[in-house]
Design a binder for this molecule. Structure first.
Ligand SMILES: *[C@@H]1O[C@H](CO)[C@@H](O)[C@H](O)[C@H]1NC(C)=O
Ligand SMILES: *[C@@H]1O[C@H](CO)[C@@H](O)[C@H](O)[C@H]1NC(C)=O
Ligand SMILES: *[C@@H]1O[C@H](CO)[C@@H](O)[C@H](O)[C@H]1NC(C)=O
Length: 339
């Protein structure tokens, strides 16, 4: 770990590639107040999201009936057979005078997309293991937008305060070292890296569950990273999905604009000032058996022979207009959208 923590980001990415880790960029598809997983059909949903992936995204995407690869005409992800949708809350800065501005996102190191997120599908660390791709209609949620305490936060959700835009020092694997469950308390010269890991074991039957979580689980002992086995209730081993969202907080580092008591000024779109409400939503939408081919082919990085890749520009060009027309906060807002 010591060695890894001293490695610059590019080397760490290479090391990760040796562990069969797909890592690819997806540009922003839209920023919209919809939530097809937790609040299907609600226009608007309770809070604002930033969303990437297939442009068949809409407020109500019934499992199986709404088939993203069939209904989409483009995707904002560079792997062009991936019409899945991925989303998280948006981040806002609350100035001392009580007005809000959206914190922009930026592409991760080495990726040519715009804003959006970096998506990982990690096959795992035991080469002989069978890893099953998600079935059509599968979806899941990690984290809880209502959570406001560290103790009740799901695992694998964290923040890294980057010292500079080169992400140097790299700081080791996500959610280790200096990474925090709470929002960073200090001004960060290179913005934030927000990591969201999903559970990796499936019950093998249900595409979803009432809380969008019970059909998936964590390894029974050990961790995904240590090759821990899935529990008997959720025996099917899936790839580990991870999102990285890079937020450019640099325009908001002037302490004179921070709360007078010195507390941190950032807030998630569900009015969470703690950071413990971090959550991510996943709605599977790979075409045919493309994801299974990627797993069987031990794909790494954002170029892999069994998969088709479009240009970064084609991914950037795939955008979707808002279903709920409202100001997303690129100018000062008097309140958070919906609050
Ligand atoms: C969402 O897409 C489906 C097609 O799968 C369509 O039938 C439905 O009308 C759309 N809903 C909205 C709210 O646009
Ligand atoms: C609130 O503070 C921001 C940041 O300094 C400033 O740009 C904006 O004009 C202020 N708004 C009002 C209404 O004072
Ligand atoms: C938003 O959160 C802040 C800080 O926790 C709280 O003071 C405020 O009342 C909340 N706003 C609403 C509309 O609930």
């Amino acid at each position: 770990m010591l060695l890894k923590s001293l490695l610059p980001a590019a080397a760490a990415v290479q090391m990760a590639a040796a562990q069969e880790l797909m890592r690819f960029g997806c540009s922003q598809l839209t920023i919209d107040r919809i939530d097809p997983l937790v609040e299907p059909g609600n226009l608007p949903s309770a809070h604002m999201h930033q969303i990437i992936g297939g442009n068949s995204l809409n407020a109500s995407m019934a499992p199986v009936d709404h088939d993203p690869p069939t209904v989409s005409t483009c995707t904002s992800c560079t792997y062009s057979e991936d019409f899945s949708n991925y989303w998280t809350a948006n981040l806002y800065f609350r100035a001392r005078n009580g007005t809000y501005k959206r914190v922009p996102q930026f592409a991760n190191l080495g990726l040519g997309v715009q804003a959006g997120m970096t998506v990982y599908y990690i096959r795992g660390y035991s080469p002989s293991a069978t890893v099953k791709a998600f079935p059509a209609g599968f979806r899941m949620l990690v984290g809880d937008p209502m959570n406001r305490a560290a103790a009740t936060m799901q695992k694998g959700l964290c923040y890294r305060c980057e010292a500079n835009m080169e992400q140097n020092p790299f700081g080791g694997a996500p959610c280790t070292g200096q990474d925090t469950q709470a929002f960073p308390k200090q001004a960060c010269g290179g913005g934030w890296r927000v990591s969201v890991h999903f559970p990796t074991c499936w019950d093998g039957k249900n595409l979803d569950s009432p809380d969008h979580k019970s059909h998936v689980a964590y390894p029974a002992s050990g961790t995904f990273e240590s090759g821990g086995a899935c529990p008997s209730t959720h025996p099917v081993r899936m790839p580990q999905i991870m999102y990285e969202i890079m937020f450019d907080t640099r325009a908001f580092n002037n302490k004179a604009e921070w709360p007078a008591d010195g507390s941190q000024p950032f807030v998630w779109s569900m009015n969470d000032t703690t950071g413990f409400g971090l959550h991510g939503d996943y709605l599977f939408g790979w075409k045919g058996d493309a994801l299974q081919r990627a797993m069987d082919g031990k794909c790494s990085g954002d170029r892999c022979a069994p998969l088709q890749r479009q240009t970064d520009q084609a991914a950037i060009d795939c955008v979707k207009s808002q279903s709920v027309k409202e100001d997303i906060g690129d100018q000062w807002l008097t309140g958070l959208p919906g609050w």
